[in-house]
Design a protein around this ligand. Structure first.
Ligand code: PGA
Length: 260
């Protein structure tokens, strides 16, 4: 795992955006896996800035989002479709017909999940998957103790996640119990993962993910088995790491082409 620790949210967002830019520039067509939530917002702002300044184009990109709530319409401002339109897609030159999110409103959810997996395959697989992490170690909406071999499917949110996400809803009871999420196996097939995390409330999950045993009780810990993961942390999210100084040492000694 490549661990990059930054002392400000801005510099973390910038290095994340440079990872995305490098991948887009090194492919004729790029398939991005994208995440929602609070964490990637600053990185999306930076990508919008790069797009506006002509530094980066999304014209040759196809995107697949990690997850979506079941039962919220695309026009609902709490849906992840709405989030992606207002925080990224609506501001960059991406062709909207190349934008995919799981359909949480499909009449046949099971069929929609199978179709999503097929669409990812048909696009050639994901070149770079952007990830956040839950305070409980989830990636996408793959909650603790779920299978490491899971595929895109309907999942039930844990009570902690419902509580964590209730700030986006008027009442906790309004948070949907059900979601469609890429599975852990879907995420693990992407060629490169970029996980972003900030703040002390993520520190325990980050320690378990990077330095703990690989265990379904911290789903993100499976990323230890992924051949190419870049993790961008602020100092608070990194503060429980035993080998923090080592990660900084490694970064300082990287060869030019290894740097972002
Ligand atoms: P957050 O969510 O970015 O809003 O903290 C991350 C996640 O739950 O995966």
């Amino acid at each position: 795992m490549e661990i990059l620790i930054r002392d400000s949210l801005e510099s973390g967002a910038k290095v994340g955006a440079r990872v995305v830019k490098k991948i887009i520039k090194s492919n004729n067509r790029t398939v991005l896996g994208l995440a929602t939530g609070d964490t990637p917002l600053r990185m999306y702002h930076e990508l919008i800035r790069m797009n506006e300044s002509g530094e980066l184009s999304f014209k040759n990109c196809t995107t697949f989002n990690l997850d979506e709530y079941v039962g919220l319409s695309r026009e609902d401002e709490r849906s992840y479709f709405y989030y992606m339109m207002s925080n990224l897609f609506g501001h960059v030159d991406i062709d909207k017909k190349n934008v995919y999110l799981p359909d949480g409103n499909a009449e046949d959810l099971r069929e929609a999940c199978r179709k999503y997996e097929q669409q990812i395959k048909d696009a050639g697989g994901i070149d770079l998957q952007v990830l956040g992490i839950g305070g409980n170690g989830h990636i996408g909406f793959n909650e603790p103790t779920g299978s490491f071999t899971s595929r895109t499917w309907v999942k039930i949110l844990s009570e902690q996640t419902i509580q964590d996400n209730s700030m986006y809803f008027d009442k906790q009871e309004e948070v949907p119990r059900h979601v469609v999420t890429m599975g852990i196996a879907t995420i693990m097939e992407s060629r490169h993962c970029l996980l972003l995390a900030n703040g002390a409330k993520k520190a325990d999950a980050i320690r378990k993910m990077i330095e703990g045993p690989i265990s379904a009780s911290c789903p993100a810990s499976i990323l230890q088995m992924h051949p190419r993961v870049t993790i961008v942390l602020d100092e608070e999210a990194a503060y429980l790491l035993t080998f923090k100084d080592h990660y900084k040492w490694v970064e300082k000694n990287k060869l030019d082409w290894q740097q972002f």
